[in-house]
Design a protein around this ligand. Structure first.
Ligand code: BGC
Length: 875
């Protein structure tokens, strides 16, 4: 039985029109200054309230790996879900909807009204820093799952904030670049998930991106892009929710106010306020536009239960509508996250049917690898959630194995490129002097840590000077590494070794310069230990607006010790002696984070050596990849079994044990393509040239790019073995209104721009266990249609079928798949002619063919009627 609770009936999606008709009169009672005040946040996370409108402060918080909360409760923790690409790998809209409900309960616990999720930008390039936060490289899959997450949240009365509108698909220069995208690609690929989610789930807010857009007709920062922000989102799609800026993304006043931005975050300062009042007075912004923004804010408040009858300023506000208090976080939530993770875990390869392992027949297990010892549970950046509990791989396996089965754990070398933070025991006399502008000491702090950071430096303090000593305790080569943000000098024994002159403010936060600073490395040879070095770091305080005033200094140290090769040799010995070796390799916080893109797709070379050596030592080796985004696995074809375990969140160890020991099927399918070689990646980087990021691949994103080039990926989009086998028996069209004669649980992709044809696929579970299959349908381009994608995902459904059982699942194919955008006429043009629909297990394992004759009314009416005459032709 599912650990996630069943659906509850949805409350009304929007307030009654009658309510809204009174709001205009209320807004009219405010003067312009009072109105404009409401349009910039009150703080980092909250919006302003206004008694005269009955408006209570609406509170936002980051997702999408959980709900972090507003930081007002010291030490607050919460549920840490698998990173979104693991949800993407479930391909299961019903499961995603239930996960949305888990997030809604968490939001309620933390008194959060708006969860800043889901993120439905696309995995255009595998190096993108926020790849792990996206659902998929495919617009259809992202749209279907994003809609489900929004439904789950909002059905429980918590707003989603769909982000980042639009084409904010990479991090390099993210606040400055303009994505140059041709209009057809913009519509069919990057706007597509937003369009679908708006139509299907109606998110109550949308976040406007940092980046800019050049769609051939207008080139501007997104928040100033009239044609797309106001023109497409609001005018064309009729969006009635609130458009919120990404944090500190708003840089202008009238231009953003006119282009369709409704709310500036965070606050209380920002480029609107008095400047917007003046802009209205000068006639640059219509006051009616201000009123409309307030109306949208009130609508958002009403939807989340934060709008009541007005009250007298200074008086007692009316009580908020009572919402049932969610149960405290507990086992049911943990089980829910564990289920999402097992369902998303992808079995990429299992040559000898090694999995699942029978724990009763095992004598010993060697758990090996840097990520086995230190799993990377969540990506870095704004999505970060301090977890209420974490279950590491060793803990999870130990809990699942019978008492008599031995489990040994071996690191097998480090996966890091940086030295670890210095051991505090090696620091002496560490103190920070706080100085005012004229150099007068105004405070002092004593703290022993190599991860030095202060985020609430008091006003008046302009500089912080850290002093102390590092002891290098043993003879040999020591590596010291220093990283600071902003303007600084690091000196060792009085000699400057590292300086910085970056005077940027909030940009240092937005580009993660504060927690991912460039570093200086220095090797110190110690002959006669111990050696003590005087350390002094002068730091200029960085003013990052609403994010606070901060200083950061990282002091890292790698002492001489057992070399990587020694650790690998020790691990190989253990693998040889064990019945089974489980090797966990992957990324860490140095690699996958918001704020920067990766330079390449490489794991550290020592991880490759470790995997190869362990697999050679024990033929029963299972390799587990703990990463959100693709990494190159040059040994993928050599290891017996290979699992992709994502950035797993808090239930990492339990979920891995479930899939290794047969308690749950690893039923995930790749939501992106795993390249075999770096040179095969269609978009290998995202470095803007002269401020422009050219989306040169056009429609050919992700798997479509591999199909166009004819390259063989390591594992294709949609691939995943599960633990049973399938035969695809039959595919046929269904009458548009017909209900599928499904004998299995089926969750379809649903509508995008309206439902198109429906097909039924019959399949048989030919293996030994009950299994879950993701049935995928791809529409192929007509022969001789240059420039068209070879095939696009057109629909999918999940079937759960007992061993030996046969099931029929229904897939609804959205109309949009059969249309292309005609920019000249600014409308959708239906496809014509004969087209093939391929049905199968992945984009490269296609088992059935349906030939479609698209008999179309070519009249380019906006209200298109897609008339499909479908001929069945089994391939
Ligand atoms: C991110 C958003 C996030 C916001 C608030 C921004 O830097 O791009 O995704 O919601 O910060 O933390």
């Amino acid at each position: 039985m599912s650990a996630l609770s069943p659906a509850r009936p949805a409350p009304p999606a929007r307030p009654e029109a009658a309510d809204e008709s009174r709001w205009g009169a209320l807004i009219d009672t405010l003067d312009l200054t009072a109105k404009v005040r409401l349009l910039t946040g009150a703080s980092l996370w909250a919006l302003h309230g206004e008694p005269r409108l009955g408006l209570h402060p609406v509170v936002t918080s980051d997702g999408p790996q959980g709900v972090r909360g507003t930081g007002e409760v010291p030490g607050e923790t919460g549920l840490l879900a698998p990173a979104p690409s693991a949800t993407g790998a479930t391909w299961d809209t019903e499961l995603a909807e239930r996960l949305g409900r888990v997030f809604a309960a968490e939001a309620r616990r933390k008194e959060v009204d708006v969860v800043l999720a889901p993120l439905v930008n696309l995995q255009r390039t595998p190096v993108a820093g926020r790849h792990f936060e996206c659902l998929s490289e495919d617009p259809l899959l992202s749209g279907a799952l994003g809609a489900a997450l929004v439904r789950g949240l909002q059905d429980e009365g918590v707003a989603a904030c769909l982000k980042h509108f639009v084409a904010n698909d990479s991090e390099t220069d993210r606040t400055r670049y303009r994505a140059r995208i041709d209009p057809r690609t913009l519509r069919e690929v990057y706007l597509a998930p937003f369009e679908r989610i708006l139509a299907e789930a109606g998110p109550w807010s949308v976040m406007g991106a940092y980046s800019g857009l050049d769609d051939g007709t207008e080139s501007a920062p997104l928040l100033e892009h009239r044609r797309v922000l106001r023109g497409v989102l609001k005018d064309e799609w009729g969006y009635d929710g609130a458009v919120i800026s990404d944090w500190a993304a708003t840089r202008t006043t009238a231009a953003t106010a006119v282009a369709g931005l409704d709310l500036v975050m965070p606050g209380p300062d920002g480029p609107w306020g008095d400047a917007l009042v003046e802009a209205v007075r000068r006639g640059e912004v219509d006051e009616a536009a201000v009123d409309d923004k307030i109306l949208r804010l009130m609508r958002l408040a009403a939807r989340v239960g934060k709008l009541t009858e007005p009250w007298t300023p200074g008086g007692q506000p009316p009580p908020l509508p009572a919402a049932p208090a969610p149960a405290p976080v507990g086992e049911a939530d943990f089980a829910a996250l564990r289920e999402v993770l097992t369902r998303g875990t992808v079995l990429l390869r299992d040559e000898q049917a090694l999995l699942p392992l029978d724990p009763g027949r095992l004598g010993s297990v060697a758990l090996i690898g840097p990520n086995a010892v230190e799993p990377y549970l969540q990506g870095g950046g704004s999505a970060h959630v301090p977890a209420v509990r974490t279950v590491g791989y060793a803990e999870g396996l130990r809990a699942a194995l019978p008492d008599g089965v031995g489990l040994t754990v071996h690191r097998g070398g480090s996966s890091r490129r940086h030295a670890p933070f210095v051991d505090p025991a090696l620091l002496t006399g560490m103190r920070a002097a706080y100085l005012s502008g004229d150099g007068t000491p105004v405070g002092e702090e004593v703290r022993r840590t190599g991860d030095w950071g202060v985020f609430d430096v008091p006003d008046g303090v302009t500089d912080v000077v850290l002093t102390g000593r590092i002891t290098l305790a043993e003879p040999g080569e020591h590596l010291l590494e220093f990283g600071c943000a902003g303007r600084f000098t690091v000196a060792l024994d009085g000699t400057p070794v590292h300086t910085g002159e970056d005077d940027r403010g909030v940009e240092l936060i937005l580009e993660s310069g504060h927690h991912h600073p460039g570093t200086h490395r220095r090797t110190v040879r110690v002959d006669a230990a111990p050696v003590r070095l005087d350390l002094r770091i002068d730091l200029r305080v960085v003013d990052a607006d609403s994010y606070g005033r901060f200083v950061t200094a990282h002091v890292r140290h790698l002492p001489p010790g057992p070399g990587v090769e020694d650790e690998i040799a020790e691990a190989v010995g253990a693998a040889r002696a064990a019945d089974v070796a489980v090797v966990v390799v992957g990324t860490n916080e140095e690699v996958e984070s918001e704020g920067w893109d990766r330079p390449d797709l490489e794991l550290t070379p020592q991880q490759h050596r470790l995997v190869r050596a362990v697999a050679a030592a024990n033929p029963r080796t299972v390799v587990v990849v703990n990463a959100g985004a693709p990494v190159l696995l040059p040994w993928a074809g050599e290891v017996p079994a290979l699992l992709w375990a994502w950035l797993p969140g808090q239930e990492a160890g339990h979920a891995l044990a479930d899939v290794l020991f047969g308690r749950a099927e690893p039923s995930g399918r790749l939501p992106w393509t795993l390249p075999a070689r770096a040179e095969d990646v269609p978009v290998p980087d995202a470095v803007p040239v002269d401020g422009v990021l050219d989306y040169h691949e056009g429609l050919h994103i992700g798997h479509r790019g591999y199909d166009r080039a004819g390259t063989e990926p390591a594992f294709p989009f949609g691939h995943g073995l599960g633990w049973t086998t399938w035969s695809y028996d039959r595919a046929e069209t269904l009458a548009p209104s017909a209900t599928a004669t499904a004998t299995a649980t089926a969750t379809g992709a649903g509508a995008a721009g309206g439902d198109g044809p429906r097909i039924a696929v019959t399949l048989t579970n030919t293996g030994p266990r009950t299994g879950r299959e993701v049935v995928q349908a791809y529409l192929e381009a007509p022969d001789g249609a240059p420039g068209e994608p070879v095939r696009v995902l057109a629909g999918f459904a999940v079937a759960e079928v007992p061993a030996g059982g046969t099931a029929t699942v229904a897939l609804t194919l959205p109309r949009r798949v059969f249309q292309s955008w005609d920019e000249e006429r600014r409308s959708w043009r239906p496809a014509a002619g004969r087209r093939r629909l391929r049905v199968g297990r992945s984009s490269r394992d296609l088992r059935l063919t349906l030939d479609l004759d698209l008999d179309l009314d070519l009249d380019l009416d906006l209200d298109l009627d897609l008339d499909l005459d479908l001929d069945l032709d089994l391939g």
